[in-house]
Ligand binder design. Sequence first.
Ligand code: GBH
Length: 482
Amino acid sequence: MTAGTALTFPSDFLWGAATASYQIEGAGSVDGRSDSIWDTYARTPGMVLHGHDGSVACDHYHRYPEDVALMRELNLNAYRFSLAWPRVMPDGRTVNPAGLDFYSRLVDELLGAGITPWLTLYHWDLPQVLEDAGGWPARDTAYRLAEYAAAVHDVLGDRVRHWTTLNEPWCSAFLGYAQGRHAPGRTEPVAALRAAHHLLLGHGLAVQELRRRDPSLQLGLTLNFTDTRPLDPSSPRDLDAARRIDGLANRFFVEPVMLGAYPSDVMEDLDGLWPDDLVHEGDLEVISTPIDVLGVNYYATQTVTAGCEPDHAAATAAQARRHDPPSPAVGSEHVVTVRRGIPVSDMGWEIAPEGLGDLLLRLHKDYTGTAGVRLYVTENGMADDDVPDAEGFVDDPRRVGYLDGHLRAVHDAMERGADVGGYFVWSLLDNYEWAWGYTKRFGIVRVDYDTQRRTPKASARWYGAVAGSGSIRDDGPGLAPQ
Ligand code: GBH
């Protein structure tokens, strides 16, 4: 290496990529799979851009050997994927061996390629039958999740060591049941609070179930965090707005899991909305069952201000008049997210790597460090408006810069004491971006949806070299390590 030195990561650091079942698998009605809430939602006119659905997606269900080979070429040593609950339990209760066998084949393929499988049980595709029975607002769904965990463990427990119960319960609860821009598309703020508590309860029950079966498993959950900041730091109303969003998006989920209690300021914000009968005796003990790993999904900083509506009733009424979707910020509907003029991704999200470093240090200091819980960045990446050349190749320097900057922030946080065990780029492949359908591309590998051809982008080449060497260069983004 000529200039500068390498920023080297520990030799056991996991270099991975992440995906999720509904976003890549396709094979919507193959081998006994039933509908998930996303199938239903996508078929509902007006919910997903262009009416796109996941019935074909990247056809990963049939092309997984090629996709695993690609990961191997890119030097990845870990792969984070999720299971489709409606494949494993089409009626929400009974195991479907044909559906579960797909994941058994996938795990074998990964292990054969020297790639550590990092399994997520629930990444948003609830069986529609369970939504029909009440969905996450119903307490029963938490118990179904634990049964599902046990059934999966019966078949994969001999080969999979890393288990994540939930991906981003904030999205499931507040985008799914309050804002309605995710499946099942309900707009009922109190139901969203019920969903949030039952998701956390399901997490705890599943951890207990898995731990009983094998005390040596690495168990955890993945949360989405935003580094929330006030638009005007000298405004008490903006400071309060930032506290509220940090409370609802971040602390509301991490504190019951790590500290065994919901944050009291958030409970005050939810006064009059939080149902008295929701939390049963013993629930918080279940939710705070010790875990080994906290997964961190990080994309952006979020800048907020207190809008002109004084309270949530007025803000909700104003939103309804404007035909805006309801705010996902239950009890804090008057808070508005704004842009502070820094570069944004194709999603409009602020590109701010320093937010990831700050977040990792904060989590380590406030929650995970003393508990011996390891942090993993389980998602980080950007949507970019990629233009392929005639061969299908995409040169994506903005994405390289994004990944480089965020890895630099991870390295820096580790040097300052944060215990971070690995990094998973979102995503391996261009895929189904939920309400945006196939219009947003997060992959380091281009997918041509007409031919299903995969073509690694420049960012994949770059990331593969980083994973292979275990280091990034300290003399600037975009330079592949030697
Ligand atoms: C993840 O969720 C999902 O796990 C994954 O399935 C998905 O494909 C991927 O991210 C990309 O979307 O507007 O500035 O307030 C992302 C969760 C929550 C992250 C909302 C960005 C809004 C930032 N997102 N957040 S801002």
